[in-house]
Write a protein that binds this ligand. Structure first.
Ligand code: UDP
Length: 248
């Protein structure tokens, strides 16, 4: 039987341009707005390329049910949810293993930035709704949740800021989109840090890369993360900068 010849996709062309025209170290366009959900204590809306997410924060408030409380700290309850229409094939509305995993790792990452020990026996609930996605939605969610947390006035030692980094078509890239994540040799690494201390708070790895590749791509990721951090601060300033009075 004749073998089907598959056309080889060039993920970075001779001019250093990616499939969507970006440079290897370039982020997709990002927009962030703080304070978009009046019923929440803090909130944010974020667009990151095609990804669109809302984040709402409630708390600190008495932790219920009580057996989930800690006498030593606030418990962060992070709930990442994808809308049924957020992906090309309808997403089953039941919580998936993937959503449970993402909620866990994002909650743990966010906790690193919060003075949770100041609020024993309480919960801080973070609900993230993904309404559109194109890879990198967990980092988009965490980035929005961090802005929502600051908007809620919850004491934080730092923001949580991230980007995806990885490899497609043999090239090291920042902020992979879905087409790049689906490359045959793809390595996808969601990465989030505390931008001031540079402590890594979320690092997952789908695929395998060499130490050299990691050493090449990590600095690009860190540089991109500092750009995202500026956008997070600008979103908060846009709401609060006016003489410290909330914009109506
Ligand atoms: N995705 C999908 N259906 C699903 C889950 C994910 O089409 O049930 C898409 C979605 O666009 C997502 C992308 O696959 O952004 C990559 O998913 P991954 O699990 O790598 O998480 P993410 O990169 O979004 O954090």
């Amino acid at each position: 039987m004749a073998k089907k010849t598959e056309e080889k996709i060039v993920y970075v062309d001779s001019k250093g341009k990616r499939l969507d025209g970006r440079k290897v170290e370039e982020l997709r366009p990002i927009k962030i707005r703080a304070g978009v959900i009046p019923s929440a204590d803090g909130s944010a809306y974020l667009e990151w390329g095609q990804n669109k997410v809302f984040a709402a924060v409630h708390g600190p408030r008495p932790c219920l049910p009580k057996h989930t409380a800690s006498p030593y700290k606030a418990v962060i309850k992070f709930d990442y949810k994808m809308a049924t229409f957020s992906v090309p094939d309808r997403k089953n509305p039941r919580p998936s293993r993937r959503e449970i995993e993402i909620s866990k790792v994002c909650g743990e990452a966010l906790e690193k930035a919060i003075f949770v020990e100041r609020f024993p026996n309480t919960e801080i609930v973070v609900i993230v709704a993904v309404i559109d996605s194109d890879a990198g939605s967990r980092i988009a969610s965490l980035t929005a949740a961090s802005v929502a947390m600051a908007d809620a006035g919850i004491p934080m030692r730092d923001m949580v800021t991230g980007t995806g980094i990885g490899r497609a078509g043999g090239k090291m890239l920042v902020d992979l989109n879905k087409a790049e994540e689906d490359a045959p040799d793809a390595v996808d690494i969601p990465l989030a840090i505390l931008p001031n201390s540079k402590e890594i708070v979320l690092l997952q790895m789908d695929g395998i890369m060499t130490k050299k590749e990691w050493e090449d791509v990590y600095p690009l990721g860190e540089k991109a993360i500092m750009q995202v951090y500026e956008l997070q601060k600008n979103a908060l300033k846009a709401k609060y900068a006016k003489n410290g009075v909330e914009e109506k």
